[in-house]
Design a protein around this ligand. Structure first.
Ligand SMILES: [Fe+2]
Length: 159
């Protein structure tokens, strides 16, 4: 399993439950897991809650991206690990001063990490004509996963 962004050991220790969560990841790579809860977001992608950590440290979500589905630019309020399972997703990563962004394709099987609470600002887009699927793990108590993980850019820019 490869990693992108290369968090330092100190960052990793700031992510309670991350190593346990990553050990669960392989269990959810096939698409046979029954979601505990499904939400269709206003941005066109579905979030399926696959696992709620019994110690309240993280949730594991399956995200289903129809063609054209996209998040707005956002930051993570909590630590986040995500990996593309199938299809094609483009990640746009904003410059720190929000004056522009770079773009890359996510690679199937590479785990991307963000310690959260920092300046990392990105959006994910399915610009392809096929369905894409990704798994996202957020270091949030399961009761708060629907509203407690993303800070959208319009909120960042509010005075
Ligand atoms: Fe994100």
């Amino acid at each position: 399993m490869g990693f992108h962004h290369g968090l330092t050991a100190r960052d990793l220790s700031d992510c309670p439950g991350l190593s346990d969560a990553l050990q669960c990841l392989d269990r959810f790579a096939d698409d046979t897991a029954q979601p505990l809860r499904t939400t269709v977001t206003r941005f066109g992608y579905e979030r399926h809650l696959l696992h709620a950590d019994p110690e309240n440290r993280f949730v594991i979500l399956n995200l289903i991206w129809p063609p054209g589905a996209a998040t707005p630019f956002h930051r993570h309020l909590v630590w986040c690990a995500y990996t593309l399972v199938s299809g094609v997703l483009t990640e746009m990563v904003s410059k720190k001063d929000l004056s522009g962004y770079g773009e890359r394709s996510l690679t199937v099987g590479t785990v991307n990490l963000d310690a959260g609470g920092g300046p990392y600002t990105h959006r994910l887009v399915n610009a392809s004509s096929d369905l894409a699927r990704s798994i996202h793990i957020y270091g949030v108590a399961p009761d708060h996963y629907e509203t407690g993980v993303n800070l959208f850019i319009d909120e960042l820019m509010r005075p």
